[in-house]
Design a protein around this ligand. Structure first.
Ligand code: NAI
Length: 504
């Protein structure tokens, strides 16, 4: 069935839970006649009644007209037998996340619907290839992965299994656009795009917690400063540690236990303890009444460019580029006399021979005695939280002075243990690396990865946008420093990044 035919076709939504109800709403709002079916008696009628309330709420807020609300609802019919919807052009399945149940359902559907009918699954983690196995026409089965809440989230991953006809995937892609969504093609591989590329956002924070490099609130503050709406700890608390741990485990197992995706003991302990996050009242943070504002960041103190400058004899901005310019300007505005060393192979400040260096992945202790490293800043906003660490041999004077110099540069320093690539540097490098592997393996395009992460999990930028402001060689150095420190497969560099570095 082609895209224009699909856009006029009746749609059968199977499973009237959170996702099915949202999908039915969006399809009906786009003008489709919708049949809603659920195996649990009364579930589809309840979902329709709830949708009625939602539509009335939207009408009350002036977001839709009374006529649109009534029309949308009138387009949705509850059916108690699949055969009542045998003339549909599209079926979207949103039932329980279980391979056997989904396979059985689609095999049954082939005996009910016409040969042209497109079959779509909203699975979030099961292989589309595997669901299609056993169908008479596996080419017409495609993944149509919506995000929760469906009416608000723009992204749809259009997932092709090994046997999916490209014309079918393309028709679903175009249909999703007419529904006001932003579709992205994906190949059926574990986690598809978003759930795969997002793993390091959680995994790097969990690794830092595991080695007690920083506190949850500190890690959250550093990553919020990049523009993430929530830090990883508060986000895992919101998602629920049981759910997040299950996704991590399923991606790990589905990748034949590739160490890149190894789950964390820190998270398993929370699950074992029943500290599942907001829903259980406690996770990394305590959400019970006595503990207000649980994820308040705790930087050492805010940035204050008006501070009296720490004592010094000579001050040099090392390296070149926008950050060096920005720092030179900030120090100049504070009335300090600043030398420049644009040919330096590191970025940062030299204060009387002591070094304050932007992280290149190596620890401060590897770089020398009076050395402090700081995280990769991504915003010039004054007061943004930024992780830093001191060499284990650094003098007490330098350990006290380094954060004050960071405040002079306009950031709010947060001291963490001297771990390679600190917090933001390692997280962004690993997100870029994962996205690069996904592109290398044909899971998605560069634009697809960027759109998926911006729209599926509200990232402030896509992984390849970050790469554009960095360099493939820089990301590789960070990953190699991490790999040298920890050894093992976790930080192996994507072949795509190596090729990209060689070509640029
Ligand atoms: P849910 O538990 O809210 O709803 C599932 C519904 O399917 C229930 O009403 C259940 O009675 C019904 N059902 C179960 N087996 C059935 C069958 N054989 N035939 C007909 N109805 C059946 O689940 P939810 O969250 O809506 O998830 C549904 C699907 O969407 C799953 O595959 C899930 O992985 C996927 N998904 C969920 C997301 C989420 O955030 N909840 C996001 C994206 C995808």
């Amino acid at each position: 069935m082609s895209s224009p035919e699909l856009s006029a076709a009746p749609v059968l939504v199977i499973g009237a839970g959170i996702m099915g109800a949202g999908i039915a709403q969006v399809a009906a709002q786009s003008g489709h006649r919708v049949f809603l079916f659920d195996v649990r008696e009364g579930a589809a009628s309840q979902a329709r009644a709830k949708l009625d309330q939602t539509l009335q709420g939207l009408q009350g807020k002036g977001k839709i007209t009374a006529q649109a609300a009534a029309q949308t609802l009138s387009r949705i019919a509850v059916v108690d037998q699949l055969a009542q919807a045998n003339d549909v052009g599209l079926v979207i399945e949103a039932i329980v996340e279980n391979l056997d149940a989904k396979r059985a359902l689609f095999q049954q559907l082939e005996t009910v619907v016409g040969p042209e009918c497109v079959l779509a699954t909203n699975t979030s983690s099961i292989s589309v290839t595997a669901i299609a196995n056993g169908l008479q026409h596996p080419g017409r089965l495609v993944g149509m992965h919506f995000f929760n809440p469906v009416p608000l989230m723009k992204l749809v991953e259009v997932v092709s299994g090994l046997q999916t006809d490209f014309a079918v995937a393309q028709a679903i892609f175009e249909l999703s656009e007419t529904w006001g969504k932003v579709p992205v093609h994906a190949r059926s591989t574990p986690g598809f795009i978003v759930n795969r590329i997002a793993r390091p956002f959680y995994a790097e924070t969990l690794a830092l917690l595991h080695e007690r490099a920083a506190q949850p609130a500190e890690l959250d503050a550093c990553l919020r400063a990049v523009g993430f709406r929530m830090g990883p700890c508060e986000l895992m608390d919101l998602i629920g540690h049981d759910t997040n741990f299950a996704v991590t485990q399923s991606v790990f197992e589905a990748n034949f236990y590739d160490k890149r995706y190894v789950p964390s003991l820190v998270q398993r302990e929370l699950v074992d303890a029943g500290l599942l996050g907001r829903k259980s009242g406690r996770g990394f943070f305590d959400y019970r009444a006595a503990h207000e504002n649980p994820s308040k960041p705790s930087p050492e103190s805010g940035a204050d460019p008006k501070l009296p400058p720490p004592e010094h004899r000579s001050l040099t901005v090392m390296g070149r580029g926008p950050w060096a310019e920005h720092w030179a300007q900030a120090l100049d505005q504070a009335g300090l006399s600043v030398a420049r060393e644009p040919k330096s192979d590191w970025l940062g400040l030299d204060v009387d021979g002591a070094q304050l260096r932007m992280s290149d992945g190596r620890t401060a202790s590897m770089l020398g005695r009076d050395v402090a490293v700081f995280d990769r800043p991504t915003s010039q906003a004054v007061g943004a939280a930024l992780a830093w660490a001191a060499s284990c041999q650094a003098s007490g004077d330098w350990v006290r002075a380094a954060p004050n110099w960071l405040r002079m540069l306009g950031v709010a320093p947060i001291r963490v243990q001297d771990t390679p690539a600190l917090v933001v540097t390692r997280t962004l490098a690993m997100l870029i690396n994962e996205a690069a592997d996904a592109v290398q393996q044909g899971v998605c395009s560069i634009d697809g990865a960027n759109a998926a992460m911006r729209l599926g999990v509200n990232y402030p930028a896509g992984p390849f946008d970050w790469l554009g402001g960095w360099s493939a060689a820089g990301v590789i150095s960070v990953l190699e420093a991490l790999d040298a420190h920890y050894r093992g497969e976790r930080y192996r560099v994507s072949p795509w990044l190596r090729q990209h570095a060689a070509a640029h």
